[in-house]
Ligand binder design. Structure first.
Ligand code: UD1
Length: 384
């Protein structure tokens, strides 16, 4: 099953925007290890410059070693294409470990492909559950966790969910939230000059705007829902400026449904933003309204009020410990009122969201290879 060469070969698989900031800290940490060769495989699930390449540049990542160019499609079409293309690469390269991130179709496709080639799989951000099987991501999470050999969880609820599903506890490692590693790094690169430039670019002031991101099928794949949401945001912009960097899925649906609203002057719809730009707006927004997973976590770290327009979340710690609350179209106005009047809850940073997650993962990976009797790894890392 294992190659007996001197180097451990590790493949990091990414495909969609939120994967990139989860992979970057691990790539940078793995490349510090002399005995490991780390390769990045990008499936091409996201392909627009602003959704993909821009992040590689900002996160100090090299060009992916393999780019599969799979693109968009139906769930089966996209997942199937990723499996077919990734299998060719994995057969050729025969890595010792494939690491997948998060819950997107690329995560699912490559974990199945690797596992059927008897290549061990590590899942970063394991154990999260929304308990909502209408979400494609929930299916992706459950299947990936069910077949992974190493499961790295961001918070205790992840461990509990996995144990309840009967996953062997020896495979589960509570390491913390790797996305916060990237957030901490990028925050250090942002200075006042850059902040002023970005705030000016969007004509915004510190603490006086709402940042919106919406792209989930449940919010944007029905004309009625999307129209209602946009109308309500347009009304909100009469109270406070709104900036809405729009995901391609949302933009395409607005065109497809022929939604033709006259937006208020203070309702600013932009292209998807670069990571650094987005974090500046997140840092200085009055609050965020989102249906994203990662943004619920970033706002908790930044202690910024977050309204999540979803009936559930796979990241409950952002509600119980952080600044996040779930909202719907019936109570959103009331919740906005609470934030604007300054009576929102204070959050705290969850345990192990400390910028050292990648280090802990590398340690566990090395321990895993020692445990599976790879002689070369043991020779190279006698301390483990
Ligand atoms: C995907 C993930 C979702 C994640 C989101 C982050 C799945 C099932 N969904 O959703 O979990 O929260 O990424 O952004 O994996 N498109 C472009 N350019 C791009 C990418 C997409 O125009 O670079 C358009 C295409 O019309 C495409 C649509 O957006 O059909 C949706 O893309 P897709 O990758 O299927 O899902 P996302 O909605 O981006």
């Amino acid at each position: 099953m294992y190659r007996m060469s001197n180097l451990l070969k590790i493949f990091l698989v990414v495909g969609a925007r939120p994967n990139f900031m989860k992979m970057a800290p691990l790539y940078l940490e793995l490349t510090k290890e002399k005995g490991i060769k780390t390769l990045i495989m990008h499936t091409g699930q996201h392909y627009d410059y602003q959704m993909s390449q821009a992040f590689f540049e900002e996160l100090d990542l090299p060009k992916p070693h393999y780019y599969l160019g799979v693109g968009s499609g139906t769930h089966a079409g996209q997942t199937g294409k990723i499996m077919i293309e990734s299998e060719k690469v994995l057969l050729k390269e025969k890595p010792d470990l494939v690491v997948v991130f998060g819950d997107v179709n690329s995560t699912l496709a490559c974990s199945i492909t690797a596992k059927k080639l008897f290549i061990p799989v590590a899942h970063v951000e394991a154990g999260l559950r929304s308990f909502d099987m209408t979400m494609p991501e929930e299916i992706n999470r459950k299947v990936t966790d069910g077949i992974s050999d190493l499961l790295f969880t961001p918070s205790k609820d992840g461990n509990e969910n996995l144990m309840k599903e009967g996953i062997n506890h020896n495979k589960i490692h509570l390491v913390g939230n790797i996305m916060i590693d990237s957030l901490i790094t990028i925050l250090k690169k942002i200075d006042k000059f850059y902040e002023d430039k970005i705030l000016q670019k969007f004509d915004l002031q510190r603490g006086n705007c709402v940042l919106i991101t919406l792209h989930r099928p449940s919010n944007v794949d029905s004309k009625d829902n999307l129209e209602k949401i946009l109308n309500s945001l347009n009304n909100l912009s009469q109270k406070i400026p709104v900036i809405f960097p729009m995901h391609p899925r949302t933009r395409k649906n607005i065109d497809k449904y022929g939604i033709n609203l006259t937006f208020n002057e203070r309702f600013n719809i932009s292209e998807p933003l670069k990571y650094k730009e987005f974090i500046v707006l997140e840092k200085y927004a009055k609050f965020v309204l989102t249906d994203s997973g990662g943004i619920q976590e970033e706002t908790t770290y930044l202690n910024l009020p977050c309204l999540t327009l979803r009936p559930n979340t796979e990241r409950p710690i952002t509600v119980t410990e952080g600044t996040n609350e779930l909202v719907n179209m019936r109570n959103i106005e009331e919740k906005v009122g609470l934030i604007l009047s300054g009576s929102w809850k204070q959050g705290k940073t969850p345990e192990l969201w400390d910028g050292k997650v990648a280090e802990r993962i590398v340690k566990e990976i090395l321990r895993f290879f020692r445990g599976s009797m790879i002689k070369s790894a043991v020779r190279l890392y006698p301390d483990f």
